[in-house]
Design a protein around this ligand. Structure first.
Ligand SMILES: Cc1ncc(COP(=O)(O)O)c(C=O)c1O
Length: 386
């Protein structure tokens, strides 16, 4: 008799599970810190937490948790329609925008079909594709910014391609594709291929960089735009995001969606948060200031990060010790011992880099203060490797 393991499709067994940022409690326990001594800059969260309006609405909703949530999320969809002039029939709500990505994979991918992603882009595109037995094609990144090479994507689209994943801004590189370039690419993709434009970090873009993605949805029936409440809105722990696409695509996603995929607390908090413009502006401002603080601090340590349009920076550590191929892991471990959690990105094909999320000025300072120690640890590897 075949074991359970053997009966599972081989493409499922081949999946390497997602590696999330380390929780504060784990590091406090492992290294003997109090939890409030640990700084977490590992998961691109909002250092301000959630919007006060969202919190108030969530606490109110907590009084009625004996009931199932509204499975259609009517009220949140109405609020999104009002804010962005959207037809509610084009909105899909998700348990985080991660859920939208999974729904896309379930609806549009299967064994024999391909999805395309950039070499260094969000890990869930690969996981979601592999989980349904589709073939993932990794398109080599541009050398100058490690971001998406859209010409490369165009060259790789074939009769088997069903989904193209584009994150803009991209995680973990922080790179950005200007709107005009992006639209010209989308308009060139065959209508039978779904383009997923993942805009998890879009709220951090300046007005000059912003582009009308929701308008594009009305022009391109094979475009889905996904957005998150986890970043600028600060609702990562509640899990809520949404996708906007043609009615036809939305209807297909709805067929594979769990009936109550977004919980009541998340629905209430998201609805109240989307109109909290003051909180959004404060979050974006803190991010700009924090990014500058970290960039300047890194400069004094003789290292630099790639230009970023998100709420994180990708630091290039390769020159610190050219003999150490896993520079990111070395610095990550050394920072952990100082109570600072960052994100190594070897699993994104970037072992010589480290990703750091932008925190409060105090958190950024703690990271910068621990960096000389971590860089020394990296340089010391050179001695042992030589
Ligand atoms: C590019 C990108 N897309 C989607 C997500 C998923 O976010 P969530 O599921 O919290 O909305 C993330 C999270 O880090 C991300 O970086």
């Amino acid at each position: 008799m075949a074991s359970l393991n053997q009966r599972v499709p081989s493409y499922l067994r081949a999946i390497a599970p997602y590696q999330p940022g380390k929780p504060i409690a784990d590091i406090a326990r492992d290294y003997g810190f109090q939890e409030d001594q640990v700084v977490k800059l590992a998961s691109n969260e909002n250092p301000l937490g959630m919007s006060p309006k969202g919190r108030e609405a969530m606490l109110k909703a907590a009084g009625d948790l004996g009931r199932y949530p509204d499975g259609n999320g009517f009220s949140l969809k109405q609020a999104l329609s009002k804010k962005f002039a959207l037809d509610p029939a084009t909105i899909t709500l998700g348990n985080g925008s991660n859920d939208i990505l999974e729904l896309v994979a379930h609806a549009f991918l299967a064994p024999g079909k391909e999805s395309l992603m950039s070499d260094h882009s969000f890990a869930v595109y690969a996981l979601a594709s592999q989980a349904v037995g589709a073939t993932l094609v990794s398109v080599p990144a541009q050398s100058q910014d490690l971001g998406h090479d859209l010409d490369g994507f165009s060259r790789r689209i074939s009769a088997n391609t069903a989904v193209v994943w584009i994150a803009n801004p991209n995680n973990p590189t922080g790179s950005f594709i200007p709107g005009d370039r992006l639209e010209s690419f989308i308009s060139s993709v065959p209508i039978s291929v779904l383009v997923v434009l993942d805009e998890a970090y879009t709220e951090y873009l300046s007005e000059d960089d912003s582009y009308p993605a929701f308008e594009w949805v009305t022009r391109y029936p094979n475009l889905l735009v996904s957005r998150s409440f986890s970043k600028a809105y600060g609702l990562a722990g509640l899990r809520v995001g949404y996708g906007v696409a043609s009615e036809e695509v939305t209807d297909l996603l709805n067929r594979v969606r769990q009936p109550f995929n977004v919980n009541s607390l998340a629905l209430a908090a998201a609805e109240a948060s989307i109109f909290d413009y003051e909180f959004l502006a404060r979050s974006a401002k803190l991010n700009r200031q924090g990014m500058l603080q970290i960039q300047q601090g890194l400069q004094t340590h003789g290292i630099s990060a790639l230009q970023s349009w998100g709420n994180f920076l990708l630091i290039d550590l390769q020159a610190v010790n050219p003999l150490e191929p896993k520079a990111g892991a070395v610095v990550y471990e050394a920072l952990l011992s100082k109570g600072v959690i960052t994100r190594p990105v070897a699993n994104y094909g970037l072992p010589g880099y480290l990703r750091v999320s932008i925190g409060t000025s105090i958190e950024n300072e703690a990271f910068l203060k621990a960096m000389p120690f971590a860089l020394e640890a990296l340089k010391a590897c050179k001695v042992s490797a030589a």
